[in-house]
Structure formats: C-alpha cells, structure tokens
Design a protein around this ligand. Sequence first.
Ligand SMILES: Cc1cc2nc3c(=O)[nH]c(=O)nc-3n(C[C@H](O)[C@H](O)[C@H](O)COP(=O)(O)O)c2cc1C
Length: 191
Amino acid sequence: MSATQQKSALSQLIRKRRSIRSFAKRDLSPELIVELLQAAEASVLSTDQEPSHRFLLLASPDGKAKAASIVMDAYSEQGLYKWLPNKLNQLMADRIAQIPAFLIAIAKDRGEKERERATVSAVLQSLTLLAWERGIGAVWNTESFMHKPSFKLGVGVQEDERIVTILYLGYCEKVPKTKPRTPAEKKLTYL
Ligand SMILES: Cc1cc2nc3c(=O)[nH]c(=O)nc-3n(C[C@H](O)[C@H](O)[C@H](O)COP(=O)(O)O)c2cc1C
C-alpha cells in the first residue's frame, strides 16, 4: 500500500481541499448549508460557550439581486464607479447571480476581538471541509467594500459587529491544481 493510500479519509480531505472560485450551475440548498454549519459550529464550540458571532446567508435570486445593489452602493461610496455605472451594475448583478450562495460571517467587534475572529475562522474551516466532502467548494473573500458603512447598513450589520469574510459557496465544476506551498518548516522555530 502506498503512503497516499494509507492516509485516512480525514487526512485526504484536509490535504485535497482547494479554494473554488467558479461554480457549477446548480442551486445549493439553504437547508444543506444550515446542516453543515450546525456540524461546523459543534466542532468548535461547546454548549456552555454562547457564540456571539453570526452568519447571513444569501442564496435566493431576490437576496442576490438585493446584494448586487448593496455592493454597487458600497462601490459608489468608495468612488469606484464613476464610469459606465449601468454596465458595471449589470456585470456585478450577473457575477453575483452566478455564485450559488454567499455566507457572510459576522463577529462582534468589541471585547475579545481576536478570540471572536479565531472562532469564526475555525468554524469556517470545518464548514469548508464538510462542504468539500459533499462536492461543494468555497472561497474565502476579503472584499474591500465589506467594511464600508453602506454595505454594513445594507445587509444589517450592527455598529459593534465586523464582517470577517464573505464565503462564496457552490458545487465544484473543476478542482484547480495545488499551487506551490511554503514548507511548514520555514515558519517554525524551535525553542
Ligand atoms: C484569511 C483569508 C482570506 C482570503 N481572502 C481571499 C480573497 O479575498 N480572495 C480570494 O480569491 N481568496 C481568498 N482567500 C483564499 C486564499 O487565496 C486561498 O486559501 C489560497 O489561495 C490557497 O488556495 P487553496 O485554498 O486552494 O489551498 C483567503 C484565504 C484566507 C485564509
């Protein structure tokens, strides 16, 4: 048996998962996302730890159309679309419509901020692995507009909250090849 075959399914899952940026034209059921999110949350938090982070799911055509208009408002606030606003509007709406689901991860922006962000990151890592097992890919997106007041207001993020990331989710069409990685040894110091 080769070294690869000897690896457990979990080990293979962790090693093989990739970020997916273009998705199959197939709807993603919100119920499935909630089921995976439930398991992902449970992998990180115990029941006596009250989570103060939350998620916002955009998966319906109406929700995504609303998101496109909110994103355009945020771009406008950034002064990024003085040219061809209608064409850009349409391009943005089309791009958003093509992505099956958006999961906006929101953490409290007060108190133990680092802990909050770390918790959300751990939940998202579990979620992406669980999703991968079901043929669903994801990419973590750090959009410049997500901290703009107009975007926060548009999606209902409170003043004491911060968007950690907008996770794009959908069934995988093609899995990209792995890029070269920095060996872990290079990031490790022995004391
Ligand atoms: C904190 C964080 C922020 C990221 N932000 C973005 C982003 O804004 N846009 C993007 O395309 N990918 C983003 N990614 C995904 C990385 O680019 C991706 O993990 C990296 O290219 C490695 O590829 P892999 O996930 O296929 O192994 C982010 C990942 C992390 C962990």
